[in-house]
Write a protein that binds this ligand. Structure first.
Ligand SMILES: [Cu+2]
Length: 131
């Protein structure tokens, strides 16, 4: 019995270790003479934890850029040639909607949008089952 319990506990731990956060990429790109964070829109779910992978490889312009997403409390500097990966937790109570992803260093730097969608509720799931 003890052995069975131990196997169960170990199995659960390894399952948890394998459910790694989704990786979302954000890259500084030059578009028509301006610096943009691309892609334009990043869709996430309330309560989700994801890994934001930020890159600035532009040979021209500023040596570093910034990624600020106030809604999730992120403020990160990204230096040229550096690869910055940060785990971001979307608060479970953050209202679904659109939130700016901006460069807090350069006003002319075109930002992106974090699109937060509502987490599915158990009630909605049972509605789907009935159909
Ligand atoms: Cu910038």
């Amino acid at each position: 019995m003890k052995r069975y319990l131990m196997a169960f506990v170990l199995g659960s731990v390894s399952l948890m270790a394998h459910s790694e956060a989704r990786v979302v990429k954000l890259k500084a790109e030059a578009v028509a003479g301006k610096t943009h964070w691309l892609p334009e829109r990043i869709e996430v779910v309330q309560g989700e934890t994801f890994k934001l992978d930020m890159k600035h490889d532009l040979p021209e312009g500023f040596a570093f850029h910034g990624v600020e997403i106030a809604a999730v409390g992120l403020r990160q500097q990204v230096n040229r040639g550096e690869h910055v990966s940060v785990e971001v937790k979307v608060p479970a109570d953050l209202k679904p909607g659109e939130y700016p992803i901006r460069c807090h260093f350069h006003p002319g730097h075109v930002g992106a949008t974090l699109v937060v969608v509502g987490a599915p509720t158990p009630a909605k799931k049972s509605e789907v089952k009935k159909k």
